[in-house]
Design a protein around this ligand. Structure first.
Ligand SMILES: [Zn+2]
Ligand SMILES: [Zn+2]
Length: 343
């Protein structure tokens, strides 16, 4: 079966036809797919930033599954093997691929873009290099975190945390929570998490935040500024990407600090407070997906499964994808990360 988004907030299930895997390809039964914030943009807004949906489309790009069969020339994989799946396919010959920046490949194909079906379906054929082996004792639900964890690992190259550095994370969805985990792993001295939903603040503490702030109760930037005696944080990462959070992030950063935009804004034009940005000479980084961080993300998920497992709070079968999206979209029912299970 495949679940197609046919209009905003509307899914349609239909039978799926699939060819045998071609040379170098592996056919995978998709077991688990995480619902990402960008899926929710497509679902609720009919676009991701300035990229509109074309219907019908198949969302889902945080998948894990089981090998069904291998195409000609594939070695090292056998039916029944478990894998986390990488949704991006690169050209390997453009200027940016040749310089090692695969995530900004000029000819990138990302499974779950318009006209390139994503993973809310039972079976998929993928190039062998898009599979990352996961031991069978690791939950495939937790293995769906490999893709978003790779994104947050990628962001750490820009965060460039030094011993003693402090950091703020706006947003406690999967990307925000995994960003906190990465900040912990790289030795950030103090991590603040800013998140309005109570159960997400609890998860932020679990992942390693030293302090959590409810922006409905206090002005987060003012709180951090006062706690740091007016200095601000070395690195501020906006994983929520609301107009208010980006401007709070600008205000919470120290002079010469680093601002990372990891979340995706709904609007393509967003007003930023340029005066404090300029006065502080902030360095602003944009983060786009990941660039060969997936093998390390897989290793971390395998080694720290029990640390990451509490992020996964809900699962639904593919037949209940509409309910799964409704819950994830409304942050209701104590949802952390919602997993859809096509198989
Ligand atoms: Zn995503
Ligand atoms: Zn390329």
């Amino acid at each position: 079966m495949v679940a197609e988004l046919t209009a905003p907030r509307t899914f349609c299930l239909r039978e799926q036809q699939i060819d045998d895997p071609g040379p170098g390809e592996i056919q995978v039964r998709v077991h688990s797919v995480g619902i990402c914030g960008s899926d929710l943009h497509s679902y609720g807004e009919g676009a991701v930033g300035d990229t509109p949906c074309f219907y019908p489309m198949v969302l889902g790009h945080e998948p894990a599954g089981t090998v069904v069969k291998t195409g000609p020339g594939v070695t090292g994989w056998a039916p029944g093997d478990h894998a986390a799946l990488e949704p991006a396919i690169y050209c390997y010959h453009c200027e940016f691929c040749r310089s090692g920046r695969y995530n900004i490949c000029s000819n990138i194909r990302f499974l779950s873009q318009p006209n390139i079906p994503g993973f809310f379906r039972g079976l998929v054929n993928l190039p062998q290099e898009n599979l990352f082996a996961v031991p069978k004792n690791v939950s495939l639900d937790v293995a769906t975190l490999v893709e978003p964890l790779a994104v947050t690992l990628h962001s750490m190259k820009f965060a460039a945390i030094q011993p003693g550095d402090s950091a703020v994370v706006f947003g406690g969805g999967a990307i925000g929570l995994l960003t906190i985990a990465c900040l912990k792993l790289v030795g950030t001295r103090r991590i603040w998490a800013v998140e309005p939903v109570a159960h997400r603040r609890d998860l932020a503490r679990h992942m390693g935040a030293h302090a959590v702030i409810d922006p409905a109760q206090v002005d987060a930037a003012a709180e951090i500024t006062s706690e740091t005696a007016g200095r601000g944080a070395d690195c501020v990462i906006d994983c929520a990407a609301k107009e208010g959070t980006t401007n709070q992030a600008i205000r919470a950063a120290r002079n010469g600090g680093r601002l990372l935009l990891t979340g995706i804004h709904s609007d393509s034009f967003v007003p930023f407070e340029v005066s404090p940005m300029r006065r502080k000479e902030l360095i602003v980084y944009n983060v786009r997906r990941s660039n060969d961080e997936s093998p390390v993300a897989r290793d971390l998920v395998v080694e720290h499964e029990s640390w990451f497992a509490p992020l996964v709070t809900h699962t639904r079968p593919l037949a209940a994808i509409a309910e799964a999206f409704a819950i994830a979209d409304s942050y209701s029912d104590g949802v952390g990360r919602m997993i859809v299970r096509p198989a």
